[in-house]
Design a protein around this ligand. Structure first.
Ligand code: HEM
Length: 135
């Protein structure tokens, strides 16, 4: 626990190396993915990887580099240009879950569960094409 990480979450999850491994493993999978890869406008996935890593670090109490560079996250708005349906959400979570499984050895099970619950609810919130809601 530090002044910039008052809840201690960032450190408890493993700080920078943990987030680099989680997001790195996720984007390695996105690069090969038939549903997600076509959604990414840039040829080079590295800038997108860096943005997600910075965002998650900030959310969990780490450095505030994301907001210094990008301003307020407004994630739903930033995802609005992309067609995110239930299949894209499911795939996003599937790839994130596979990456998390690769780097969760050092996590307490309850910390991993907390992180996972957050990722599921954040992914639900990003869906912007839903046949059960949209006309
Ligand atoms: C539900 C499935 C999701 C899909 C298909 C998706 C797809 C995308 C795409 C195509 C981009 C643009 C790439 C870029 O320029 O950065 C993006 C950006 C981003 N996504 Fe997602 N995303 C999803 C869920 C999430 C979730 C759950 C989070 C956070 C926990 C997240 C955080 C971000 C961030 C931080 C950015 C960069 C925003 C910026 O600063 O411009 N995404 N996403």
């Amino acid at each position: 626990m530090t002044a910039t990480d008052p809840t201690g979450w960032y450190e408890r999850l493993g700080g920078a190396p943990f987030f680099a491994a989680l997001v790195g493993g996720f984007y390695d999978r996105v690069a090969e993915d038939d549903i997600l890869r076509p959604l990414y406008p840039e040829e080079d996935l590295e800038p997108a990887e860096r943005r997600l890593r910075m965002f998650l670090e900030q959310y969990w109490g780490g450095p505030k580099t994301y907001s210094e560079e990008r301003g307020h996250p407004r994630l739903r708005m930033r995802h609005a240009p992309f067609h995110i349906d239930l299949a894209a959400r499911d795939r996003w979570l599937e790839l994130m879950s596979a990456s998390l499984a690769d780097c969760d050895d050092t996590l307490e099970p309850e910390d991993r569960d907390e992180l996972w619950r957050y990722l599921v609810s954040a992914a639900d919130a990003m869906v912007n094409v839903n046949p059960y809601i949209d006309q």
